[in-house]
Design a protein around this ligand. Structure first.
Ligand SMILES: [Zn+2]
Length: 397
């Protein structure tokens, strides 16, 4: 049994305790929460820390298998050129890929992450994910914009899905993005998701080129496919609508859905989601440092707040980020959107991700009976409850 206290405990539920005490069993299960109302008289056995205690972080979007691309790709290329270089560089000695993915897993753990929504295009990370102390939901990503490759692309994804299931990993088959999946492939993914009631995730509105692709069958993404990848897109018909509008019907309305990036998202897109999807089943995953890395832009987070949307945080992969730290994502948001309170950022970094990934039965909040992991954030401005550049996260349990 251990008892922790700190200047503040942010429980992730919205409840904040001033010098509260939480007791945990040796297995890390929370057995007691005491609200001292700020009057902590140093009771025996309580470990008091200077800083803020939060639940373990949930990283809702990562690509562990791209960890070997750290420091390999220049910043601010824009999405089409970024995709081109990832495509060229991602093929590497599988031993290197595995080693760097394992280092990525350790880095996440050190940075207080307890759960991850992780994109897989191959099976290379499955063994390490099945042994990790972190709980992963694996999103096996199917991709292929050429309609004649749909069968092959889906079979490949289904094989990876079966392999992940065998290892006991929570897993779904998901579309990469609107622009990288043909109608035929979307049909297969959609049918499978409905049958299995699986959690869906999709890169969405990450660059203005996605809409140009769908509206006009032209632009930089179209050019990347036809010129760099030599794909035959003669059968692709422009829809005259935005990318999200064009594919929304293939994302079963009742399934959980994580929309990742959202830097182009406007009120009309939010209205479309609200009109077409079941209430409470859509999460907006923000990966701000990846957005700055690739497009040098950020989503309109104030608009998401105005619409009371459910926001999660992700680091994306090391191909578009310097490190895998949810705390650094929180700092970036606070710098660019100083009006967002720290308490809100904690909910995005913990509870919302756990709910989106169906891990809220054990994680995401400090509540009795849960085993969410316990983080300590030090180096904060405790008077104004704001992160500072030197703020750090340390895992207490
Ligand atoms: Zn991604």
């Amino acid at each position: 049994m251990r008892k922790f206290s700190a200047h503040y405990i942010f429980t992730g539920t919205g409840r904040i305790l001033n010098k509260g005490i939480i007791s945990l069993t040796d297995e890390g299960v929370i057995s007691e929460i005491v609200d001292t109302n700020g009057e902590l008289n140093e009771p025996a056995g309580v470990e008091f820390y200077s800083g803020i205690i939060t639940p373990g972080f949930v990283n809702a979007h990562c690509h562990l298998e791209l960890s070997h691309l750290r420091d390999k790709i220049p910043e601010h290329l824009g999405l089409p050129s970024f995709l081109k270089i990832v495509n060229e560089q991602r093929i590497s000695d599988p031993l290197n890929v595995e080693r760097d993915a394992l280092n990525g897993d350790s880095e996440l753990w050190r940075n207080g992450v307890v759960a991850v929504g992780d994109i897989s295009n191959t099976n290379v990370t499955f063994p390490l994910k099945s042994k990790s102390k972190i709980v992963y939901h694996t999103f096996v990503e199917a991709l292929g914009i050429s309609s004649n490759r749909a069968e092959r692309a889906f079979t490949l994804a289904a094989n990876y899905y079966a392999e992940a299931r065998k290892l006991g990993l929570p897993v779904s088959i998901v579309p990469h993005s609107p622009y990288a999946v043909s109608n035929e492939l979307f049909n297969k993914i959609s049918g499978f998701a409905s049958e299995n009631n699986s959690i869906l995730s999709m890169h969405s509105q990450e660059s203005p080129d996605e809409d140009i692709f769908y509206r006009f069958a032209s632009g930089n993404i179209f050019q990347h496919f036809t010129e760099n990848l030599k794909l035959d897109l003669s059968s692709f018909l422009p829809t005259g609508r935005s990318a999200l509008e064009s594919v929304i019907d293939w994302l079963p309305a009742a399934n959980k859905l994580l929309l990742v990036h959202n830097i182009q998202t406007l009120q009309k897109d939010i209205d479309l989601i609200i009109q077409t999807r079941s209430p409470g089943q859509t999460w907006f995953v923000l990966c701000p440092r990846s957005n700055l890395f690739i497009e040098n832009r950020l989503p309109d987070i104030d608009l998401f707040l105005k619409n009371n949307l459910k926001i999660c945080l992700g680091t994306d992969g090391l191909s578009s980020n310097r490190n895998l730290s949810v705390l650094e994502e929180m700092k970036t948001i606070q710098t660019h959107f100083p009006g967002i309170p720290f308490s809100e950022l904690v909910i995005w970094a913990t509870r919302n991700g756990a709910e989106a990934l169906s891990m809220n039965d054990w994680g995401g909040t400090i509540e009795i009976g849960k085993r969410p992991g316990i983080n300590l954030i030090t180096g904060m401005d405790l008077q104004h409850l704001r992160l500072q550049p030197q703020s750090k996260v340390k895992r207490l349990m």
